[in-house]
Design a binder for this molecule. Structure first.
Ligand SMILES: Cc1cc2nc3c(=O)[nH]c(=O)nc-3n(C[C@H](O)[C@H](O)[C@H](O)COP(=O)(O)OP(=O)(O)OC[C@H]3O[C@@H](n4cnc5c(N)ncnc54)[C@H](O)[C@@H]3O)c2cc1C
Length: 505
């Protein structure tokens, strides 16, 4: 028997598949688009309020970015009470307005700050455990890191717990079934959603309430360029999960107003022989180093490494959008024996000993890494990282002088992170700018309803989580650690509370 060409088989399968693709007509009180933390809190709350809920998820798995996150913002929570933490809601609101340059929605932020503790209580009642962790001296202890649930931790635990609750409440979840279009009547009110499953099946779901929670546009480089005016080759999603701004685009298509966009940025590195979150990767997050730009000049207080979002800005602002972090053999020893000064979330906590660091260094050098170099003199290092030797010589000499004097005469870095460089045993790791997720796109009112171009709510349309504008300014701040995840879980739930209020009318 003649074996069929694989391409022919694929074409036949596609033809047969589409011939048998089913058209489903469904109805629901609430349709939720996206099964991350915003979408799952929305689904559970809506179902608890008696609504028939259909949850659409684009991927073959639930969780989106939320599965990778670690902790949620909260203030005056039970967990903070038990630690005798002192930050008040008033201080949190004031601090947020200032740190976001008043470029955020003050009233929605107030609601979020004041509702954050109750929202954590609600999550705890749904099986989620918390512990308050402070990651760096730059932040307030607002980060409620999630404990274990059925063998999972952090964001994955929250997702598993909420999905269990949703299943128990009868939420119908359609996996690998992205929403593709919002349906409206002639008044412009939302009356349904269309979705297309990966197997070709189509869905037309009639509903009076759609909650968009599709997690932003960070994995679509074209939108990163067009909507955020960033160079997607140098400003990159570090954990892409297929989020392409679908919710935002669908809302824009029916007349929603485009709001400001931002990112949860962070610095980091990538290159031949360097694994994400390896001991060598973690060197790129350390403040005890000399950072130089493409000209070989020191350009910032490296202490910014303690606030990852601002560190991404400092690096992206440089010519070519990159920098080099220079350290030496004594820093390698310090990280191996004493542990890191700056953690990478709770995955690499402060003080974690980088026992594999020397091994990672040897492997990266053996791989002739483009992003990691070693040298036995400043002149050699300048050649390796392709910066003017004279500038690098001056930067190292000045830095070492400031270290000896225990006073950073240029950028006033905390002397705790000023350690002189041994110029006979130098290393350099390339720094780049990345983000965990985009932030913003749709403007919503206090009830989480999406606003149209005339600033009027679009009846039946809500948005939550990362697709909501005006919750961060031009830059995310780590001061209120857990801000993005906390807001996703808060706004999803509160969008559902408002959407189901409408049902009773
Ligand atoms: C590694 C990492 C660590 C992080 N740590 C923290 C942290 O500790 N604290 C913090 O505040 N923030 C953190 N964040 C950011 C945090 O993940 C987000 O703020 C939050 O989880 C976003 O929740 P969300 O529900 O809005 O989006 P997501 O969780 O991304 O969910 C969106 C969902 O929508 C789905 N979707 C997309 N398009 C469609 C469509 N057309 N139809 C149906 N479904 C669709 C996606 O597949 C996804 O499942 C971190 C992010 C990463 C990547």
């Amino acid at each position: 028997m003649k074996i069929m060409q694989p391409l022919l088989v694929a074409a036949l399968c596609a033809a047969v598949g589409s011939a048998y693709a089913a058209e489903h007509k469904l109805n629901a009180d609430v349709v939720v688009v996206g099964a991350g933390s915003a979408g799952l809190t929305a689904s559970v709350q809506a179902a608890e309020n008696g609504a028939k809920v259909i949850l659409l998820e684009k991927n073959p798995f639930v969780g989106g970015s939320s599965s990778f996150a670690e902790g949620l913002f909260g203030v005056e929570s039970e967990w903070q009470r038990l630690r005798s933490d002192t930050l008040t809601r008033e201080e949190a609101l004031k601090g947020l307005l200032e740190r976001h340059f008043h470029q955020i929605d003050a009233i929605k932020t107030k609601d979020y700050v004041e509702g954050s503790a109750e929202n954590l209580d609600w999550l705890a009642k749904h099986g989620i455990k918390f512990e308050v962790v402070r990651m760096t001296p730059w932040e307030e202890p607002t980060w409620h890191v999630i404990g274990e649930y059925k063998g999972s931790n952090h964001g994955a635990a929250l997702i598993k717990a909420l999905k269990d609750n949703a299943d128990k409440l009868g939420v119908e979840t359609l996996m690998s079934t992205p929403a593709t279009k919002l349906l409206t009547n002639k008044e412009g009110d939302v009356i349904g959603v269309e979705a297309k499953a990966k197997n070709g099946d189509t869905y037309v779901i009639s509903t009076k309430n759609v909650i968009l929670a599709s997690g932003g546009f960070g994995d679509d480089p074209k939108k990163v360029q067009e909507w955020a005016h960033r160079d997607p080759k140098a400003w990159k999603s570090s954990v892409p999960v297929n989020k392409t701004g679908d919710g935002i685009q669908m809302a824009l298509d029916i007349g929603a107003q485009m709001g400001p966009v931002s990112f949860v940025g962070h610095h980091g590195t990538e290159g031949k022989g360097i694994k994400f979150l390896s001991n060598l990767y973690v060197t790129s997050w350390q403040p005890a180093a000399l950072w130089v730009n493409a000209d070989g000049n020191r350009f910032t207080n490296e202490g910014v490494a303690l606030s990852f979002s601002q560190a991404a800005n400092a690096i992206y602002s440089q010519y070519g959008h990159y920098a080099w972090s220079i350290f030496d053999d004594s820093q390698v020893k310090y990280m191996m024996e004493k542990g890191v000064d700056s953690g990478v979330g709770v995955l690499v906590p402060v003080g974690a000993k980088m026992t594999e660091l020397q091994k990672d260094i040897d492997a990266a050098l053996k791989a002739d890494s483009d992003a990691f170099k070693a040298a036995s003199s400043v002149a050699q290092l300048a050649k390796e990282i392709n910066v003017p030797e004279k500038n690098l010589e001056r930067a190292v000499a000045e830095y070492n002088k400031y270290c000896e004097e225990k006073h950073d005469g240029m950028f006033y870095k905390n002397p705790a992170y000023m350690r002189p460089l041994n110029t006979k045993k130098l290393y350099a790791i390339k720094l780049g700018a990345y983000y965990f997720s985009s932030y913003g796109g749709l403007r919503t009112n206090r009830d989480h309803q999406v606003l149209d171009k005339n600033n009027k709510p679009i009846k039946g349309l809500y948005a939550a989580g990362l697709e909501v504008s005006d919750m961060v300014g031009p830059t995310y701040t780590t001061w209120s650690s857990g801000h993005a995840f906390g807001f996703a879980a808060y706004s999803g739930r509160h969008a559902a509370i408002n959407a189901t209020k409408d049902l009773k009318k």
